[in-house]
Design a protein around this ligand. Structure first.
Ligand SMILES: Nc1ncnc2c1ncn2[C@@H]1O[C@H](COP(=O)(O)OP(=O)(O)O)[C@@H](O)[C@H]1O
Ligand SMILES: [Mg+2]
Length: 227
């Protein structure tokens, strides 16, 4: 089902932090939402989730850090069961094993609390929970910033493989244009509460039109210098 929202906007303390924004996302499409810190990416992500839930879509959210999704006092099994119950899914060990295998969640003891697992495995577990109900859209807000770069790259590669060919669309919110460029086919650039550019990744990277996109691209090239 194509995702279609019109006129998403937000105001906080009398200030507009998101100007009216329309979004269309096709099933299985991978979109990167990039922009400087404070440009409104997380606000757009939250507004999108709220609006889609109100429209009856199934949407899942992966926060920046697994700490935001996992209760330190609860076992991993409790979290999994809670996720199944929230989606009104019967307990299904085969489904869990298939997701764990796809995301390489190996040797994790479900009776342990989050701190008994590595950060990388906690984050993959959170992603597995998010994918449980085969959502129409998975929104990930800076999902790699709490992980070391190697673990982060592995996680994104596993997710890529899992989503390939499926109907779940991905919105990857990140300030890291390099990360987004490798994982999405379409890039949206935000600046001061507005989506100022929306283009196929290749085009945006080679011919950015707006100043916001140009400065993100320039920063990325600078990062690639061997120094
Ligand atoms: N609850 C809030 N109250 C006041 N200002 C907010 C609130 N949430 C976000 N903002 C402001 O809105 C702008 C966009 O924030 P955010 O969406 O978090 O940006 P990003 O995710 O791109 O860093 C920022 O200037 C931020 O300070
Ligand atoms: Mg943010």
């Amino acid at each position: 089902m194509t995702i279609m929202v019109r006129g998403l906007s937000a105001e906080r303390s009398g200030r507009t932090i998101l100007y009216p924004t329309d979004l269309d996302i096709k099933p299985g499409e991978r979109v990167g939402l990039v922009g400087a810190s404070g440009s409104g990416k997380s606000t757009l992500g939250h507004m999108l989730i709220d609006t889609l839930l109100a429209q009856g879509h199934s949407v899942a959210h992966v926060p920046q850090s697994p700490d935001e999704a996992l209760d330190p006092l609860r076992s991993m099994r409790f979290h999994w069961q809670e996720a199944e119950q929230a989606l009104r899914l019967p307990a299904d060990t085969d489904r869990r094993m298939a997701l764990f295998e796809a995301l390489r969640i190996e040797g994790g003891d479900l009776s342990k609390r989050p701190w008994g697992w590595s950060r990388g495995m906690q984050q993959r577990f959170v992603i597995a929970m998010a994918l449980l109900g085969t959502p129409d859209l998975l929104v990930m807000d800076e999902p790699t910033s709490a992980l070391d770069p190697v673990v982060a790259a592995q996680m994104m590669a596993l997710l890529d493989d899992y989503l390939a060919g499926g109907s779940t669309a991905l919105m990857l919110i990140t300030h890291d244009l390099g990360l987004a460029a490798r994982r999405v086919s379409r890039l949206m650039v935000m600046d001061a509460g507005r989506v100022v550019e929306d283009a196929p990744s290749e085009r945006l990277l080679t011919a950015p039109q707006t100043q916001a996109a140009q400065s993100l691209c320039a920063h990325r090239n600078w990062m690639k210098l061997p120094c």
